[in-house]
Design a protein around this ligand. Structure first.
Ligand code: B12
Ligand code: SF4
Length: 499
């Protein structure tokens, strides 16, 4: 039986997180196939490590997890090089990028299979088929090229998350000590990244989760989540948790049950949620969630403009008024709302695009007045192929296209696209992009993020003083003096470096 390499390409400069994507895949083959993990975040030379395994002749498969952005910078040249130097190796890509862009990946000629969505069943089934030389055409959630045709098989129902095998943390620890994955953050000294549910029940038209999960969501029970976390706390000393779920708080019942269980552990935690869902939570649930250690919650506010909220398909129940009201409501529970906004969506005329941007800049300032502790994360709208959505149709009509060659994705301009900084969308002018980025600089100067734990109170004061006048008189152009301070003190931006 051949062995498997599972590769997590570099995604972080310093703050490493447990590579949950490939750890889930490792769990799916654990006990049946031998596997080794290569974590690009923890290697100086990932290729050397991978080549070391391949040179033994025992490894035939390598699985890459790939999300847009920096991971592609390593994935593309490495996959190409592996195919050239070890042509019999079967290269399999999974994760958000290959799932949403499977055609360009398979057309590269050096990726043999794409796992389309969750790989917990698809991956072991594919390896079985390849090992036993049996057909793989009927395996769900895969894509491959047959001669010149790209085949995508049907999607399977979401797997009951309780039925998944436990994550092999103990074995990961033999490759890379777990302690080093538990980093210091705003939440604690040893922060664990944990994923307790997959998918999301909503269909926001700008979101990469939608084409993959198609409004489906499945979660582990509060008990299982607690048991896993307790194990890591007891064994490796985790004192804080980042929940990486797309939407942790879908169920009030599960959130409350988990809060009751975790409260005695005195851990701090963070997760992502929707405003309209959580605004319906009872006061006592929100109180309990805070008492149980939840300090900060990330919400997709997206826009205060009803027209844009409709365009983004935020589910029909989120309004500007509600976003503002909820930010105020959270003050009484001492939970910090972290609101993300998506600026720069298309409109019929350039004037209207600019008006939308101006509207949201003013709206964000209103939110800050309602609850100054609100953390603001600003994204520029970067399309994802949410086929069938009105927004995506509008994007295509306006002439936007994704790169046709896989290598083009690592050109500097597409890297900026991935980082949601400069989206290359034809309706956004340089002036509009500058306005968004300059406002962001001034806002971050006047309200530096709490998640930058290296920024002491004196530096915060200096930043605030420097940015104050600009913020008050709405003058955002050329904020070089603030940029200089941010560069000097290596100000961290949660939207790029994680939370
Ligand atoms: C953790 C995380 C990060 C971490 C690092 C991740 C890492 N691997 O080290 C950090 C904070 C660095 C990060 C950064 C960014 N991220 Co990120 N990140 C996530 C997050 C929250 C969790 C990923 C995860 O661990 N999931 C848990 C596993 C179990 O789920 P999964 O990855 O989907 O894996 C399943 C399947 O996809 C498949 N699969 C996945 N990989 C593989 C591999 C193989 C071989 C196989 C067979 C199957 C397979 O099987 C798995 C099990 O079912 C996701 C959102 C989410 N909830 O998934 C966003 C997400 C992937 N990130 C995203 C983005 C855009 C970014 C950024 C590029 C940009 C940004 N501004 O946020 C930055 C890049 C900066 C950088 N330095 O890299 C987007 C991708 C959107 C898109 N267009 O595709 C997501 C979806 C967030 C979102 N909703 O927008 N991210
Ligand atoms: S609620 Fe969040 S995760 Fe869910 S579809 Fe909308 S943006 Fe995506």
């Amino acid at each position: 039986m051949h062995k498997i390499i599972l590769f997590n390409p570099r995604s972080a400069v310093a703050k490493y997180r447990i590579p949950n994507s490939i750890l889930n895949i490792a769990a799916s083959v654990e006990g049946k196939y031998d596997w080794a993990i290569v974590d690009g975040n923890r290697e100086n030379d990932s290729f050397e490590r991978i080549a070391g395994y391949l040179n033994t002749g025992e490894y035939r498969y390598i699985g890459f997890t790939v999300m847009p952005g920096p991971q592609m910078k390593q994935s593309i040249p490495l996959a190409k090089k592996i195919k050239e130097l070890f042509p019999s190796t079967i290269i399999i890509w999974g994760g958000y990028f290959p799932t949403n862009h499977y055609k360009v990946v398979l057309n590269s000629g050096y990726v043999d299979f794409v796992i389309n969505g969750p790989g917990d069943n698809a991956f072991p089934q594919l390896i079985d088929a390849l090992e036993n030389n049996t057909p793989y055409e009927f395996i769900k959630n895969i894509a491959y090229k047959s001669d010149t045709t790209i085949i995508k098989t049907t999607k399977e129902d979401l797997i009951d998350q309780e039925s998944l095998k436990p994550l092999p943390y103990h074995k990961l620890d033999t490759f890379y000590p777990i302690e080093k994955y538990l980093g210091r953050t705003y939440l604690g000294d040893k922060t664990l990244a944990y994923h307790s549910s997959i998918g999301c029940p909503f269909t926001c038209s700008f979101c990469a989760v939608v084409p993959i999960y198609e409004a489906r969501w499945k979660a582990k029970s509060a008990q299982t989540v607690y048991k896993d976390i307790k194990y890591i706390k007891d064994k490796w000393g985790a004192d804080a948790i980042e929940f990486h779920d797309n939407n942790f708080f879908v169920s009030e019942k599960r959130s409350v049950e988990f809060s009751k269980l975790i409260k005695p552990e005195k851990m701090s935690w963070w997760g992502m949620a929707r405003i309209d869902t959580m605004h319906k939570f009872k006061d006592e649930s929100l109180s309990l969630i805070r008492e149980a250690g939840c300090k900060i919650i990330f919400f997709g506010a997206e826009s205060g403009n009803e027209k844009v909220l409709k365009q983004l398909d935020k589910g029909g129940t989120q309004t500007g008024e509600q976003i503002e009201e909820f930010a105020s409501r959270l003050k009484q529970f001492d939970i910090i709302p972290e609101y993300s906004f998506v600026l720069g969506t298309p409109a019929p005329t350039p004037e209207e695009v600019m008006q939308q941007i101006d509207f949201d800049i003013n709206f964000i300032k209103r939110i800050k007045e309602a609850n100054p502790k609100t953390e603001i994360v600003l994204y520029t709208y970067s399309p994802v192929p949410t086929e069938g959505s009105e927004l995506y149709n509008e994007v295509l009509q306006k002439g936007f296209t994704f790169p046709k060659k896989l290598e083009d994705w690592i050109n500097p301009e597409w890297e900026n696209f991935d980082m949601r900084k400069n989206p290359l969308t034809p309706w956004l002018t340089a002036e509009m992009i500058d306005k968004i980025r300059n406002f962001e600089t001034v806002l971050n100067g006047y309200y530096p993020t709490v998640s930058d734990i290296r920024l002491n109170s004196i530096k915060r004061k200096i930043m605030r003083l420097t940015a104050g006048m600009r913020y008050k008189i709405n003058f955002y152009k050329h904020p070089y003096e603030i940029k200089l301070l941010q560069r000097l003190w290596r100000y961290r931006q949660p939207e790029i470096q994680g939370f």
